[in-house]
Design a protein around this ligand. Structure first.
Ligand code: GCV
Length: 794
């Protein structure tokens, strides 16, 4: 938190603006459109299309469209399927869900092969208007690249969300669908605006109870809420269900009783949800049961369910995310990255045609940078879907701005084989703004747009999103686009560059820094950094052989450190810290430099964002400012922790001159009541130590030795989730700041996750001035402090 700046802006805040409308804001702008709408045909989806057009144009033009049920003599916007608009003699062949927006005389016609296509065309017309595109001589036909475009919710039936950072579930609470499902309808509208046509409504770590009659009835209510928006419900299933809820003594996919159970369960489901899209199945992965229990294959498992779905035209997405999380880390030939290919390649051609293998973009698990999974294109006789994680599990969990589209684009551009489907692990919850951070909405938008058309560029997507969400003032669009488009690289710079993967707490919350957490365990996210060098040797020649899973030209490129791009060097090769990169720097110096660079880039985002004051509503302006400010703090924590760890591991000092931070370690201040404690891991605190207060009130004081000048005073403290400690800061006994540690940070420990700070801007200081901080613990939170730092004003 920055005290001076935020208070200043907060004073200006006016009308409540939550961000709930996301990119469907329909704010006023000049647009010449017909005054009437005629919808030919009748269905809930067409009703949604008509209502959306009326709503959108009322917002944009201030006028309410006249509603006609047949084509009027005067100009109109005409909605209907090709079959219903035969009188217009439009000749076209359109795929399911494709749309055609066409000027016919003074009319604008939105047509498609199915009602859902008409709905998508309606949103597309509204998007054009919001983007200020010309409506003259319209002739725009758009066909989605893949027929199935789903989001996966990792929502649990108790209302929590696995890896969810936008609040609790909009679907479930306390083992039932919520009584009020209006958020589900509103979400359906957001999804429809992007062309998403399926949503699996529960966690892939599936609760088998979902297949009991009581919960099937609940799922049916959710399907009803989505249906008017053309979003079909799918369910994540547990492969042990024939036994756990079916009462059988087996779930062996080849057992006739199991086959019969799946058939009858699926029939029951379709009676309740006639348009059920199908299932998602995570089997033999991270403790989920699967066919291996009976020595059966993934094809046996997928097909038994697929055959039950087939008569109902349902699809099963079978996850390729299968690996052993108890691998022996001492064996240098073991490699989690190999797992998906090793498991599925031998089964190519053995899956039924309504099975889709759902493959994560990279071979590990949504790390900050991974190569493209070698399974794409390796299964020519099998349907493949790409799974992208919209929720920011390893990307700062909605507390950091990270726009994922540029990363997804690199993957999608590299995949040459057809994709039968897209699956995106969604990032929404009950928070007012859906995603916990206004700028993270762009990830959902971008996912949907790419699922429709993977050829769109990241710049096109961010520009569209920004104009619709924040308006089309050039300063706003350029600033937000610049922040979003560089944010992945920025985050990578301070969390895990050169292919190290996200250096986070792998066995914990996946949020804060813990460089060693990935090592010496069976999870296989190893980077194998030690005193000599760093990186995983995945070569065929001397390593795990993973590079051999790629097609020959790619395999050759990754086999040699010389030809591997620096961004992925340490993913493929173990090298000494002194290995020289293509840019001429050593690996170790690059690690140091990039961490400084990443942290500085976030500071720049704050400066850039500040210039947008007055160009948007104060609420969203302020919320993003606070979020970026917090991100800057965390980027410093990451920088210091990672650099400290590598300096101590490698024994090689950072060769660059860094600015003097005038840092006073809390443990070296004059303490009353406070006690120094060791922090684990030590790199998570400056000097490896913090101070905690074991009594009701403690204080830490120091005299300033920095030269006279104007400074920002940074007080680095710990904000655990076990209480709300109170702090007060004084300068020469005059009150300077007063705050309570009650941010929602996901840890109860003193570590990098809870390390945060208060910045007090613009304070004149001279040598000898006394800074004193008082801390009062609350519950089990000990008002811990790490350091005080003085940053001279430039
Ligand atoms: C739903 C990672 C996540 C898990 C997730 C799993 C998966 O391991 O940390 O939370 O489980 O991926 O994709 O199945």
């Amino acid at each position: 938190m920055r005290i001076a700046a935020i208070l200043l802006f907060a004073a200006a805040a006016g009308r409540a603006e939550t961000g709930y409308d996301a990119w469907l804001r329909y704010t006023p702008r000049a647009a010449t459109v017909p005054a009437a709408i005629a919808t030919i045909g009748n269905s809930p989806v067409l009703d949604s299309a008509r209502a959306e057009l009326v709503r959108g144009l009322r917002g944009i033009t201030g006028r309410t469209l006249r509603i006609e049920s047949s084509i009027p003599a005067e100009p109109a916007i005409i909605l209907g399927t090709l079959a219903n608009l035969q009188q217009l003699n439009l000749s076209a062949t359109l795929a399911t869900d494709a749309y055609w927006i066409k000027s016919v005389g003074s009319n604008i016609v939105i047509t498609a092969q199915n009602d859902r296509g008409v709905l998508y065309g309606t949103f597309a017309l509204l998007r054009k208007i919001q983007l200020g595109e010309s409506l003259d001589n319209l002739d725009d036909r758009q066909t989605p690249r893949s027929p199935l475009r789903w989001v996966n919710q990792w929502d649990n039936l108790d209302g929590t969300i696995e890896r969810g950072y936008g609040g609790r579930s909009i679907f479930w609470d306390n083992l039932r669908a919520r009584d009020d499902l209006h958020r589900v309808s509103d979400y359906g509208r957001l999804l429809a605006s992007l062309g998403i046509n399926g949503c699996s409504i529960n966690n892939v770590n599936a609760n088998p109870k979902l297949l009991t009659p009581e919960l099937i009835a609940q799922a049916a209510r959710i399907a009803d809420a989505f249906r008017p928006w053309g979003v079909q419900v799918a369910l994540s299933i547990d492969f042990g269900s024939p036994q756990s809820v079916g009462g059988l003594d087996t779930f062996d996919p080849l057992d006739p009783r199991v086959i019969a159970w799946w058939n009858s369960k699926v029939d029951e489901l379709y009676r309740a949800i006639p348009d059920l899209a199908g299932f998602v199945l995570k089997a033999d992965s991270e403790g989920r049961v699967g066919p291996s229990t009976y020595g059966r294959t993934h094809a046996d498992a997928a097909n038994v369910v697929a055959r039950a779905l087939k008569p109902h035209h349902g699809t099963i997405f079978y996850r390729g995310f299968v690996y052993d999380h108890h691998m022996d880390w001492n064996n240098p030939k073991n490699d989690r990255a190999r797992a998906a290919y090793d498991n599925f390649k031998p089964l190519d051609g053995k899956f039924d045609d309504n099975v889709i293998i759902q493959i994560k973009n990279g071979p590990i698990d949504f790390q900050v940078r991974e190569p493209v999974s070698p399974l794409f294109g390796a299964l020519p006789k099998t349907n493949e879907a790409i799974e992208l994680q919209v929720t920011q599990e390893y990307f700062g969990q909605s507390r950091h701005t990270v726009f994922l589209v540029p990363m997804w684009k690199e993957t999608l551009d590299a995949i040459k084989s057809p994709l039968a489907a897209f699956a995106g692990v969604a990032n929404i919850g009950l928070d007012d703004n859906w995603t916990g951070n206004h700028l993270s909405q762009a990830n959902l938008y971008g996912y949907g747009r790419l699922a429709w058309n993977p050829d769109l560029t990241a710049s096109q997507i961010v520009e569209e999103w920004t104009k619709q969400t924040f308006g089309d003032d050039a300063r706003v669009v350029n600033t937000i686009a610049q922040i979003q488009l560089t944010s992945w690289r920025t985050y990578e710079n301070y969390t895990g560059p050169l292919g190290l993967q996200t250096l986070t707490d792998i066995t914990g919350n996946h949020y804060g820094v813990n460089v060693e957490a990935s090592e010496r365990n069976g999870w296989g996210q190893w980077h194998r950094a030690d005193s000599q060098g760093v990186g995983m040797d995945r070569t065929v020649a001397t390593g795990t052989g993973y590079t051999g899973q790629y097609a020959p030209p790619i395999a050759r490129m990754y086999e040699s450190a010389e030809t591997t791009p620096d961004d992925l060097l340490l993913f493929f090769h173990h090298v000494p810290y002194t290995h020289v990169l293509h840019n001429g720097k050593t690996v170790i110096q690059q690690i140091y430099d990039l961490h400084y660079q990443g942290a500085e880039q976030v500071e720049q985002y704050i400066r850039d964002w500040t210039l947008l004051h007055g160009y948007m509503d104060d609420q969203r302006f302020l919320a993003v400012l606070e979020q970026l400010d917090y991100q800057a703090v965390q980027a410093d924590v990451w920088r210091d922790a990672v650099n400290t760890w590598f300096q101590s591991a490698s024994g090689i000092k950072d060769a660059a001159a860094r600015p003097d931070l005038h840092r006073m370690e809390a443990e070296s201040m004059e303490l009353e009541g406070y006690t120094p404690v060791a922090v684990t891991p030590p790199e998570d605190a400056s000097g490896g130590k913090a101070i905690t207060c074991p009594v009701q009130k403690c204080s830490a004081a120091a005299s300033i030795t920095a030269p006279a000048g104007v400074y920002t005073i940074r007080i680095q403290y710990f904000d655990q989730n076990t209480g709300a400690s109170h702090f007060r800061a004084f300068l020469n006994n005059q009150p300077l700041a007063d705050w309570t540690a009650l941010d929602r940070l996901p840890s109860a420990k003193l570590d990098s996750t809870t390390s945060t700070r208060l910045s007090i801007l613009g304070i004149a200081l001279k040598p000898g001035d006394r800074i004193r901080i008082e801390g009062s613990p609350d519950a089990r939170e000990p008002a811990a402090l790490d350091y005080v730092e003085l940053i001279p004003n430039k």
